[in-house]
Unconditional design. Structure first.
Length: 136
């Protein structure tokens, strides 16, 4: 991949990372306020729901942050934009739509097809087991 393109993606990722870390700080600051305010019983239920929602959001952001960090590392290694399976360059249009993509379209499709097959195989097997248990 061209250095210029790498730079462009690096900027995107750095911006995303900053944004996630900033959100994360707000979430955590809010948490500490919440935990000091435990005396109001009525508010507590609402606070707990709110907290678990925030936690979930936070986890999702953390997962994405990890992907962003990995992508930044790949930019430094200059392996960014190469498919992890076939090592071909990932289509630039695909990367623009999904900068954290690590597989090219055909490998991604292949993988999804395998996942469907394993899921179907597993289901079939467990179905067979319960079937044989029932009629054994
Ligand atoms: Zn590939």
């Amino acid at each position: 991949m061209k250095k210029e393109t790498l730079k462009k993606f690096k900027k995107i990722f750095e911006k995303q990372r900053k944004c996630i870390l900033f959100n994360d700080k707000i979430i955590r600051d809010d948490f500490s306020v919440c935990s000091d305010d435990r005396y109001d019983e009525i508010d507590q239920a609402a606070t707990e729901i709110e907290q678990s929602m925030r936690m979930r959001l936070c986890n999702r952001e953390m997962l994405y942050l990890k992907k962003v960090e990995e992508a930044l590392k790949r930019i430094d290694d200059e392996t960014f934009g190469n498919c992890e399976i076939c090592e071909e360059e990932i289509e630039i249009r695909r990367l623009e739509a999904r900068p954290t993509a690590t597989f090219c379209v055909s490998c991604k499709e292949e993988q999804e097809r395998k996942e469907v097959l394993t899921a179907a195989g597993r289901q079939h097997k467990s179905l067979g087991e319960s079937f044989s248990r029932k009629y054994a």
